[in-house]
Ligand binder design. Sequence first.
Ligand SMILES: C[S@@+](CC[C@H](N)C(=O)[O-])C[C@H]1O[C@@H](n2cnc3c(N)ncnc32)[C@H](O)[C@@H]1O
Length: 263
Amino acid sequence: MITGSPFIAGDACLLFDVKGRRYLIELIPGRSFHSHRGALPHDEIIGSPEGASLKTTSGTFLTVVRPRLADYVLKMSRGANVLYPKDAAALMVWADIGPGMTVLEAGTGSGGLTMMLARAVGPTGRVVSVERRSDHATLARSRIAGFFGDVPDWVDLRVGEVVDMVEEVGPERIVLDLPEPWEVVEAAAEHLPGGGGFACYVPNVPQVETVRAAIAETGTFIEVSTFEVMMRDWSVNGRSVRPSHRMVGHTGFITVARKVLDR
Ligand SMILES: C[S@@+](CC[C@H](N)C(=O)[O-])C[C@H]1O[C@@H](n2cnc3c(N)ncnc32)[C@H](O)[C@@H]1O
């Protein structure tokens, strides 16, 4: 998709009203978007360039853009809680996810992190994403297709237990957002290549303690670190420039580690 190009049917579209309120829709011919500021037929958005402002039936304007991936993930309807973009961004850097890599991810959940991984590894890479609940896997498939137009060829969505797939997939990176990541540590120690990465996200301190103990127990990981990410938005309004009154106070802890060969 080229930035700025006209919308086509099936695109995800983010609408902004004059107050900055945002609405995420999928463009379907014949449908209309309705708000207290009037209606806007999808057919008027289809064919309009990204960034255009279009008049509703009540005469106010809505500006239309394609959602950034972070907007899409936060706004899409979902089953499982998504990993917040601030955490996904840091995880992507410190787990060192890059083009061409093979990544094993679990659980797929709503597919939020899967989409970020898919973008990061690109068409020369591979993301195998595993989800134990088939209802979550089905929803994630449709959310991923809603953003990319279809599930990318290099994304393999599977239903099952992640620990059963480590050996067969042979990943360079393992990325986990699930409640018991320690259950995967032994398989990661056995099957990751030297220099390969293990990363997990958990919301509670006892989970951090348990996964760190499991990592230490293997004796085969270095550069093990646990951190959290705080992002504070600022309000900039004339001469009033200050941190926002509200922020997301806690999400979770990220742990990363690198596999080495026997020492
Ligand atoms: C918090 S959600 C993941 C959200 C996802 N990262 C996102 O951004 O949309 C956790 C998911 O892990 C799944 N899960 C838990 N343990 C699992 C396991 N051992 N193997 C595969 N999936 C698992 C759960 O069913 C749930 O859907």
